[in-house]
Design a protein around this ligand. Structure first.
Ligand SMILES: C[S@@+](CC[C@H](N)C(=O)[O-])C[C@H]1O[C@@H](n2cnc3c(N)ncnc32)[C@H](O)[C@@H]1O
Length: 489
């Protein structure tokens, strides 16, 4: 099968804000469309596939390979539904899709088909879903045919049988079907299947599909992370001192024009006192990609009647303001969620010459060096060890961040190490915050098929209960490495 045009196509697909599976849309559950939106998406996908999924297209894009009859329709349906959910998260900060999001998704998909073809849309869909199928069979070594067909292990949001995908997978020599000692049929990847899986995985990695999936998941988690502030305070009572010290380090003056990046629900501006320091003579704009977070920030702003503060949606990698606009561009606990070099370049662009760019952010640490942590999180450590790697973790190395600042044309760069204390005494809160919420090990978990991921999180919960009983509270503390950086343009 020819994959040569897939990378460029996938990049274009992602750039248009299209999504393939609920994972990519950053959602965990299946209940994502109400009756009206389902009906509209279902009818559009039937209509498009009835008219466009022609025999010629199938031969052109799949050559001699057998493909399930329904694949054209399910491809459009899944892409429309997932894109609509993804748009709902981006624009409304919620899971639920409304009519506007549905229509936007339809417009995007129709445009993609017009610019490329229906067959290429289906090819992208089978690339991503075929990867999900094979990833699961590879991970478990084999899979009962029954489990594959009902998709509970790897694509639980699918509400149709995958029997046809098994049949074509066998016919195309990706899987071999065997019978175990209990007389049950199971599937294994063939050498050709494994080879194809590796090609698919490379494409999804190299085009940023997998990274996008994780980024979307972060934002959708922040959207629905209603108790973020309270949880942060409970896990790390050091949070306000940390942020106040950061503001001292940056040296904010009254009357400054300030841009806060990754403002979340306004922790730095309100509780830590950025607004007080800047005062009504100045201006603070807080931006964040998560509409859910911004809505909560706006509620607090209104309550405090702070008219010189305003919040807008935006990402650090694409700051929606002109060059040289601000006296200070800063933020806490956001830089590790960004594409580092792009974010720093943008911060440099929007600050005026002589102005300050500053960040306070956690740095990568080695979890294996901390006894309670190693004990608790060992399933994640061993998942990584099975690939002969350290756990994938998005926290940046201290040195990497310093280099990125030095490489961005600042006049001076000042760094201070400022670790902060986090408490792992409450297993439920720790998992809620670090695994479900800010998603520390999201990259690591993303290497696993769906069921294995859920099982691992469950195991972490159980281990947490044991570890927090077994270790004295003073040993359940993590001094989290973190740095303050201040650079002058
Ligand atoms: C851990 S919270 C920190 C919130 C707040 N700054 C604080 O110090 O408590 C991280 C925030 O970064 C935001 N974020 C994620 N990706 C981002 C990006 N690419 N650019 C800017 N902010 C981002 C999240 O939506 C979230 O609100």
């Amino acid at each position: 099968m020819d994959f040569s045009m897939m990378p460029a196509l996938m990049r274009d697909f992602l750039n248009r804000g299209l999504a393939i599976s609920p994972w990519l849309a950053g959602v965990d559950s299946t209940g994502r469309l109400n009756v009206d939106e389902f009906a509209r998406i279902d009818s559009v996908s039937r209509e498009l596939s009835n008219t466009m999924w022609t025999h010629e297209q199938q031969v052109l894009y799949y050559g001699g390979l057998t493909i399930p009859q329904r694949i054209g329709r399910t491809a459009v349906y899944e892409i429309l539904a997932s894109t609509a959910v993804s748009l709902a998260h981006d624009q409304l900060g919620q899971n639920g899709v409304n009519a506007l999001m549905t229509e936007q998704a339809i417009e995007k998909v129709v445009q993609f088909i017009q610019d490329h073809s229906f067959g290429l849309l289906v090819r992208l869909y089978t690339l991503a879903t075929g990867y999900e199928n094979m990833q699961a069979v590879k991970f478990y070594g084999s899979m009962l045919e029954h489990d594959f067909i009902n998709s509970s292990m790897h694509r639980p949001w699918v509400d149709y049988s995958l029997e046809d995908e098994v049949l074509v997978g066998i016919e195309n020599n990706f899987y071999v079907r065997k019978i175990n000692t209990l007389g049950q049929a199971y599937l294994e990847l063939t050498p050709a299947g494994l080879e194809t899986f590796k090609i698919m995985e490379n494409i999804l990695e190299e085009t940023g599909y997998l990274a996008r999936r994780i980024r979307q998941l972060h934002i959708s988690r922040f959207n629905v992370f209603f108790d973020y502030d309270r949880l942060v305070e409970e896990i790390s009572p050091d949070t306000h001192p940390y942020r106040r010290e950061f503001l001292d380090f940056v040296s904010i003056q009254p009357g400054m024009r300030v841009l806060e990046l990754g403002c979340g629900d306004g922790n730095l501006t309100f509780e830590a006192g950025l607004a007080e320091r800047v005062g009504p003579e100045g201006q603070i704009i807080g931006i964040d990609p998560s509409i859910g977070m911004l809505k909560r920030a706006e509620t607090i702003r209104e309550r405090r009647h702070l008219s010189f503060v305003r919040f807008e949606q935006g990402r650090a990698e694409q700051i929606p303001y002109p060059d040289d606009t601000f006296d200070i561009v800063l933020g806490t606990a956001f830089l590790h969620f960004t594409v580092l070099e792009d974010a720093i370049k943008e911060m440099h662009r929007v600050v005026r010459p002589g102005g300050i760019v500053a960040s306070g952010h956690p740095n990568r640490f080695d979890p294996a060096e901390i006894p309670f942590f190693r004990d608790w999180f060992s399933p994640i450590l061993s998942s990584a060890a099975s690939r002969k790697e350290k756990p994938r973790n998005f926290l940046p190395d201290a040195a990497t961040v310093i280099d990125a600042f030095h490489n961005t044309n600042f006049r001076t760069v000042e760094v201070r190490d400022r670790p902060f204390t986090t408490y792992f005494t409450d297993p439920v809160k720790a998992i809620h915050h670090f695994i479900h919420g800010v998603g520390w090990f999201q990259e690591e978990l993303a290497t696993l098929p769906w069921k294995a991921r859920q099982d691992l999180i469950e195991e972490l919960q159980l281990r947490g209960q044991r570890v927090t009983k077994q270790y004295p509270p003073e040993d359940l503390i993590l001094r989290f490495p973190s740095q303050f950086i201040k650079a002058i343009k």
